[in-house]
Design a binder for this molecule. Structure first.
Ligand code: HEC
Ligand code: HEC
Ligand code: HEC
Ligand code: HEC
Ligand code: HEC
Length: 653
């Protein structure tokens, strides 16, 4: 592969190619320029692969189906209206990532934005098969709900007006399929103008947004109509392309735009319930606190200790410095490196935000790779493996497990060290649970709590603690939609939280969480409590307990729902098949700890007393050379252990 040496002249030349204003004066869509290619990155033009075309064909069919009432709520685009930049509101369209890869990819898989972004869920948000499956159900349950979903999951296509005509996404082009892309994020404008901090250009942009997007949630984004790339630094020393220094991009408020999700179709009533608003009308208020809370990750964070300033986490999130506050601190851990291809002459920065964006998803990237060609997704076996490994590390860093003996019980305390609830965000199908294995002195299984069968993906829930958020329909919403009342996965029309026992973050108070509609439901946490305790009764014969905490991205119950409730297209079946193909969303181990249930070591037969039976049991194990009777802990079993055992035995323990 030949690497041409770039010069600053090249930068300006390249920019003319990639960011020239569209002659049409508005979003040019599919035929717009896709950027330069110099052989450093393989050509990505014409990467319209079979899988992608196949999916688009399927959703075009679904879009046609939308004209027929599907038995859901007869909402319109008005019901899902969210303030901010509206479709066809850009002077220059959202650019393909192709036009960034030239300088921001292909040099360092750790800190270049390109490889890591592509291998993140936001890089594949438009291709995620679970999303496609959920989108189909949303459109079945509420007409035009898809317009709302695609706004956050496929923002470029939504801004280009290609969703307005078809809320199933049938009009999307291959640049749209780049999901939450480089150019989209880096053109986001702080919806609230901060004099002296915000770029001066923002004032004029914001003045043109009507109604203003003052409550950052639900994809209420303002996007610069021109392609001026915003980021944390002053890059005037290279001035490679139009750019603006933007404090917004180092703030959690930027992430809030999409990581607080409210349903504008429901309004909060006096009694705290959420009632359907007038159909074909915009929401009476754009304030998120008046709408149904679907996800509250940002609000949970803002009400936590992390929202108040840096918290010393001693390197738990592998960032520099080790004290963390913002979403970026934990999800874009800082590293040392260059902000672009080293040949362009950039300075080395020690506060370079990586584009990891790892959260909890440990399998969907593999599904994306099975469904789409790598030349479309910019994924590789190595980048996906690395990303999934980082997600596992995120989950391991998220909590600690502390075990103690409490009379005839063991107490399993799960402590939340993440920046929000554990788990947070998307509620459907996500769960964390405690698994306990009681073992006898020989290490045989005596009893198990919270057992998970990897073959069937069935979790035994009745005998353990499962941390999750269950949404569903109240009687009024059930009547309006014709869907069953109670807990369910009809995401777009759910209007009641039935259960939320997810563990609060550090700094939790009930009052603050109530104010942001994130109070625990059917469960209580005291102010200041960022852990949860579960007692397990020790069964007879158990000498030791092994306790594990697991996280699962997509449950059997959810994936079967996505398959079975779909009467529109094959998106549910495709998602289901991928789930089976990739290990049924194998649970990820978050924590592991063991505890000896009878620290009375001389009680070798674990019957609660020290007597002749223990001598017998001791010599049996001793004759087998069992490490369980290495009483002097010297790594071997010999005569010294007999001596050590009898010393303890005589003392009665
Ligand atoms: C011709 C080369 C080139 C191309 C193409 C290019 N960039 Fe850049 N970009 C640079 C250089 C050089 C820097 C400065 C890096 C530094 O100083 O660390 C930079 C910096 C940035 C920054 C940081 C801005 C700041 O103020 O902190 C952002 C954001 C950015 N680029 C986004 C993009 C996006 C998005 C694309 C594609 C749509 C893109 N760039 C395409 C060369 C390029
Ligand atoms: C979800 C939004 C988002 C997406 C998508 C995104 N970025 Fe960024 N990017 C950020 C944020 C936020 C920062 C600042 C991080 C910080 O300093 O805390 C940043 C920083 C940067 C910087 C400054 C140097 C660095 O690495 O920190 C460059 C250059 C950049 N991004 C380019 C890109 C390119 C190229 C892509 C696509 C391959 C991309 N970004 C995708 C949000 C995004
Ligand atoms: C305000 C922005 C926003 C809107 C609107 C939105 N989402 Fe999302 N969605 C997100 C974010 C952010 C996540 C990631 C949260 C997480 O992982 O916890 C997400 C995650 C998901 C996931 C999980 C994907 C997986 O692989 O597990 C599905 C499915 C999904 N959304 C479907 C939908 C559907 C269907 C709609 C429309 C009814 C919708 N979303 C509307 C922001 C949004
Ligand atoms: C102190 C570090 C920390 C901070 C700050 C933080 N997070 Fe996280 N986040 C984590 C950890 C650890 C996980 C994995 C555990 C989990 O899923 O909750 C995670 C998971 C997530 C997930 C995936 C949830 C799921 O189950 O699908 C999303 C989405 C997310 N964070 C978004 C955010 C946003 C947005 C912010 C800022 C408002 C933020 N995080 C702030 C540490 C942090
Ligand atoms: C335009 C809307 C948008 C913005 C802005 C945005 N996100 Fe996301 N984010 C999403 C969507 C949509 C998903 C889910 C994609 C999927 O799972 O298919 C997501 C997923 C994630 C995940 C992965 C969750 C998982 O389940 O593993 C993390 C972590 C995350 N975002 C962090 C951030 C951070 C940090 C910021 C701010 C720098 C940010 N996001 C800004 C829309 C957005």
């Amino acid at each position: 592969m030949s690497v041409r040496v770039r010069t600053v002249e090249d930068l300006h030349w390249s920019e003319r190619v990639t960011t020239g204003q569209d002659t049409s004066g508005r979003d040019a869509g599919l035929d717009g320029p896709t950027g330069s290619d110099d052989g450093v990155m393989p050509s990505r033009r014409g990467s319209w692969r079979l899988a992608e075309a196949g999916w688009l064909a399927a959703i075009v069919a679904a879009g046609i189906g939308m004209a027929i009432a599907m038995g859901g709520i007869e909402t319109t685009r008005n019901d899902f209206f969210i303030p901010g930049t509206q479709p066809n509101g850009l002077q220059q369209r959202i650019q393909s990532v192709n036009s960034c890869a030239f300088c921001h990819g292909g040099y360092n898989e750790i800190h270049e934005p390109m490889t890591a972004w592509a291998a993140s869920m936001m890089g594949q948000s438009a291709r995620d098969p679970i999303f496609h499956a959920a989108l189909a159900i949303a459109n079945q349950d509420a007409d035009f709900a898809g317009d709302y979903c695609l706004r956050c999951h496929v923002p470029g296509g939504w801004l280009g007006g290609r969703v307005a005509l078809d809320p199933a996404g049938g009009q999307l082009n291959n640049i749209d399929m780049e999901g939450v892309s480089c150019n989209f994020c880096h053109r986001m404008v702080d919806p609230i103008y901060h004099p002296g901090e915000s770029p001066a250009e923002d004032q004029a942009i914001l003045a043109g947004v009507n109604p203003p997007a003052t409550s950052p949630h639900s994809g209420s984004f303002v996007v610069d109509p021109y392609d001026r790339r915003r980021g944390p630094f002053d890059i005037s020393y290279l001035d490679p392309h139009p750019w603006l220094q933007s404090p917004f991009h180092t703030s959690s408020r930027m992430c809030a735009t999409c990581h607080d999700v409210s349903n504008p179709v429901y309004a909060r009533a006096e009694d705290g319930s959420y009632v359907l608003t007038d159909l074909d009308e915009r929401a009476p208020s754009n304030d998120k606190h008046t709408q149904f809370p679907v996800e509250r990750t940002f609000s949970e964070w803002a009400s936590s200790l992390f929202g108040q300033g840096p918290v010393e986490m001693n390197g738990r999130f592998g960032t520099n410095p080790s004290a963390v506050s913002s979403c970026q601190d934990c999800h874009m851990p800082k590293t040392t490196g260059t902000g672009c291809h080293p040949e362009l002459g950039p300075i080395v920065r020690d506060n370079l935000g990586t584009h990891y964006f790892n959260g909890a998803n440990t399998w969907v990237l593999r599904a994306v790779r099975s469904l789409y060609d790598d030349s479309t997704t910019y994924l590789s076996e190595a980048s996906v493996n690395a990303s999934i490994e980082r997600a596992r590390q995120m989950l391991a860093a998220a909590s600690d497990l502390e075990l103690t003996l409490a009379g005839p019980f063991i107490n399993a305390r799960v402590v939340n060290y993440s920046g929000h609830k554990l788990p947070t965000g998307y509620a459907e199908g996500r769960r964390v649970w405690v698994n306990v294995r009681f073992l006898d002195a020989q290490g045989n299984l005596v009893a198990e709590r919270g057992a998970y069968d990897p073959a069937t993906a069935v979790l035994t829930t009745a005998d353990t603690k499962v941390y999750e958020c269950d949404l569903g329909l109240d009687p009024a919403a059930a009547a309006a939609s014709g869907k069953p009342e109670g807990v369910g996965f009809h995401f777009a029309i759910n209007n009641k939280v039935f259960k939320d026992n997810r563990i609060p973050p550090m700094g939790f108070t009930n009052a603050a969480f109530e104010a942001v509609q994130a109070l625990p439901v059917n469960y209580t946490y005291a102010d200041g409590q960022y852990w949860d305790d579960t007692l397990y009764e020790v069964p007879a014969g158990a000498a030791r307990a092994e306790v594990r905490v697991f996280h699962q991205t997509t449950t059997k119950e959810y994936i079967e729902f996505l398959r079975d409730a779909n009467v529109t297209n094959n998106a549910g079946q495709i998602a289901y098949d991928q789930w089976v193909l990739h290990g049924k969303s194998e649970p990820t181990l978050m924590d592991f700890a063991t505890i000896d249930l009878y620290p009375c070591l001389a009680d070798v037969n674990v019957d609660g007393g020290v007597d002749g039976g223990d001598i017998e049991a001791f010599f049996l194990l001793w004759s087998q050379g069992s490490p369980a009777v290495d009483f002097n802990v010297d790594g071997g079993v010999d005569g010294m252990d007999v001596e050590a055992f009898f010393m303890l035995w005589e003392q009665g323990c």
